[in-house]
Write a protein that binds this ligand. Structure first.
Ligand code: NI
Length: 185
C-alpha cells in the first residue's frame, strides 16, 4: 500500500481521455485501487479518479458521507465504492447545483451545475456489476469522477463564476447554501 501523488490542475494527464481497463481483475488494478483508497483516506476526500494519480485508465473510487447526502430516497450515504469502465446516463432534465471540491484543485470550492438524476454502470475488481440510479450528492460525485475519465475538470462545467472561491474565504464570508435540487435556467 502506498499514498499516491495527486496531479494538480495544469498537469496534462488531467486533460486526457482515459483508456478502458482491459482486465478489471488484474492484480495491478487491485493494487492501484487499494493505493487510491489509502490516498483518499489520507486526504479525507470523497472521490478519486485514476487519472488524478497519473494513471490514465477508466476507473474511479468514491463514497458519499451522511453529511453530504441530500436526504432524497435515491441519495443515501454509501461506503467505499469502486467503478471500473463506467457508463453514465443522465435521467430527466432536472439539474442541481452544489458545492464541489477536487483534490486536483486544492483549497478551492465552487458551485457546479450537474444533472439531478443519473444511472451508472460498471464493474468492480471481481468483474461484478456496480450500478446505481441515484440523485443529489451521490449523482454529483459520480458525474465529477466520471468527468475526470474524459479529461474534464469541474471549472469546465461551471456557469456562475461568482460561486468560485478559496475554502477559507468562502467560509469567512458565510458562503451561500446551494439547494441541491434547484432547476437551472
Ligand atoms: Ni476531482
Amino acid at each position: 500500500m502506498a499514498i499516491l501523488k495527486i496531479a494538480r490542475m495544469g498537469h496534462p494527464v488531467l486533460l486526457q481521455v482515459a483508456e478502458p481497463v482491459a482486465d478489471p481483475t488484474a492484480p495491478e488494478i487491485k493494487r492501484l485501487i487499494a493505493d487510491m483508497f489509502e490516498t483518499l483516506d489520507d486526504i479525507q476526500g470523497a472521490g478519486l479518479a485514476a487519472p488524478q494519480v497519473h494513471v490514465p485508465l477508466r476507473l474511479f473510487i468514491f463514497r458519499v458521507l451522511s453529511t453530504r447526502a441530500a436526504g432524497d430516497p435515491d441519495d443515501r450515504p454509501i461506503g467505499n465504492t469502486v467503478v471500473i469502465n463506467p457508463k453514465l446516463t443522465f435521467i430527466g432534465a432536472q439539474k442541481q447545483i452544489g458545492w464541489e471540491g477536487c483534490l486536483s484543485i486544492p483549497g478551492i470550492r465552487a458551485g457546479v451545475p450537474r444533472a439531478w438524476r443519473i444511472r451508472y454502470e460498471g464493474v468492480d475488481t471481481d468483474n461484478q456489476p456496480v450500478t446505481g440510479e441515484v440523485t443529489g450528492a451521490h449523482a454529483a460525485i459520480v458525474q465529477h469522477e466520471y468527468d475526470h475519465l474524459d479529461g474534464v475538470l469541474y471549472p469546465m462545467r461551471m456557469t456562475d463564476f461568482s460561486l468560485f472561491g478559496f475554502i477559507e474565504d468562502l467560509a469567512k464570508a458565510g458562503a451561500p447554501e446551494l439547494s441541491r435540487a434547484r432547476p437551472l435556467p
